[in-house]
Design a binder for this molecule. Structure first.
Ligand code: PLP
Length: 393
């Protein structure tokens, strides 16, 4: 009998990939499926970025790079943060990683162990909880409430901190809800955190450039009083439609940087060299494709929210960021996951049940509007037909 270590019995995953596989299988059988399930832009990576990667390969960039990434890219990340936020970050604290996920993997490995508590948003990105459980730490769910627009409440978050808390995970703009935490609330949270100097903070800001309706993203980097214990998770996947390139970055407090570098050396060595050159072109080249993509997402956001609010038993608050809507379906009579499953199998609409994002996700669906306006319209019609004719199972 093979004896895999016990912690692998606790590792979770993302149901989005299973739903995608099932949608592909249904399509293979000849059924029509509209995918509102997966969290990636439906746009192509802008051509100048693709060309930069091809050029890097032609120029002979075929070898290992430093484990923390090529210096010009780390400098470009620092310059980009300065341009967007007016804040100074040393390139020596920037680490290039293979996708945004890797930062959370590393940070949770650094702080999670039996007896430790880690606070994470719920509903939230499922890998937070999965990794916390993997390390044996206790996951402490921070309820993101619909009445707060799914934003953090400083008061509620601070109340969850105990002497055992090692790490607090923040995510704004958020997956799966589209919640964006206002600056005033983050100010309050940071002020409260000053009383807990032993708590590290990981701020997942991967959707930072995708906000709407005048809401803006407040980076945690703007608070010098917590910089010595702040980890920033960001990357290219969403902003530049580069999910398949596997390119992200973290900003570490100085004492943690070397530990992160060693994790890289012990696992992936460095990020694919040509992808790093693509990332450099993304940050230093024209940004109009980012603005165009966000504008298009905003158009679809309005379409999807208006359409969802017309469905029987469904209500949906306007998401302020990312490209997800998180409608409340509790009045349909369906359990959320059962509804998502039936919508896929019977109506040909792929979306995710709220419980895929935590215990507080019951009663909600996650709809990714990273699909064409035409397909979104068709999906809404299919959902309407389904909910109007089909009794709850
Ligand atoms: N953080 C959040 C909140 C996400 O939604 C995602 C991807 O869906 C990631 C991180 C991971 O991004 P990447 O694909 O770059 O690993």
């Amino acid at each position: 009998m093979l004896q895999v270590v016990e912690s692998f019995g606790r590792i979770g995953e993302e149901n989005a990939f299973a739903v995608l596989a099932r949608a592909v299988e249904l399509e293979r059988q000849g059924k029509s499926v509209i995918s509102l399930g997966i969290g990636q832009p439906d746009f192509k990576t802008p051509p100048h970025i693709v060309e930069a990667a091809i050029k890097a390969l032609r120029d002979g960039h075929h070898g290992y790079t430093p484990a923390t990434g090529i210096l010009p890219l780390r400098e470009a990340v620092a310059a980009d943060i300065h341009k967007r936020h007016g804040l100074e970050v040393s390139p020596e604290l920037v680490m290039i990683v293979p996708g945004g996920k890797v930062t959370m993997f590393m940070a949770i490995l650094m702080f999670g162990e039996p007896g430790a508590e880690i606070i994470y948003p719920d509903p939230g990105f499922p890998i937070y909880r999965s990794m916390i459980e993997f390390t044996g730490a206790t996951p402490v769910a921070d309820h993101m409430r619909e009445k707060n627009g799914f934003a953090f409440s400083a008061e509620e978050t601070l109340k969850l901190i105990t002497p055992k808390t090692r790490l607090l995970i923040l995510n704004s703009p958020a997956n799966p809800t589209g919640g964006v935490t206002p600056k005033a609330e983050i100010d309050k949270l940071v002020a409260g955190l000053e009383k807990f100097p032993n708590v590290a903070i990981m701020s997942d800001e991967i959707y930072g450039q995708m906000t709407y309706d005048g809401f803006t993203h407040q980076t945690l980097l703007a608070y010098p009083q917590i910089r010595n214990r702040l980890i920033i998770l960001d990357g290219w996947s969403k902003t530049y439609a580069m999910t398949g390139w596997r390119l992200g970055y973290s900003i570490w407090p100085k004492p943690l940087y070397d530990a992160a570098r060693k994790l890289a050396v012990n696992s992936y060595s460095c990020v694919n060299a040509s992808a790093q050159f693509a990332g450099l072109a993304a940050l230093t080249g024209p940004q109009d494709s980012v603005a165009a993509m966000v504008e298009e997402f905003d158009r679809r956001r309005k379409l999807v929210v208006a359409g969802l609010n017309k469905l029987p038993g469904v209500s949906c608050v306007s998401p302020r960021g990312a490209f997800y809507a998180f409608p409340n379906v509790s009045k349909t009579g369906w359990k959320a996951k059962q509804l998502a499953s039936n919508l896929l199998e019977e109506a040909g609409v792929a979306c995710l049940g709220g419980p895929d994002f935590g215990i507080h996700g019951e009663g909600y669906l996650r709809i990714s509007y990273a699909n064409s306006a035409e397909n979104i319209q068709k999906a809404l019609e299919r959902m309407n037909e389904f909910l109007s004719t089909r009794k709850a199972a």
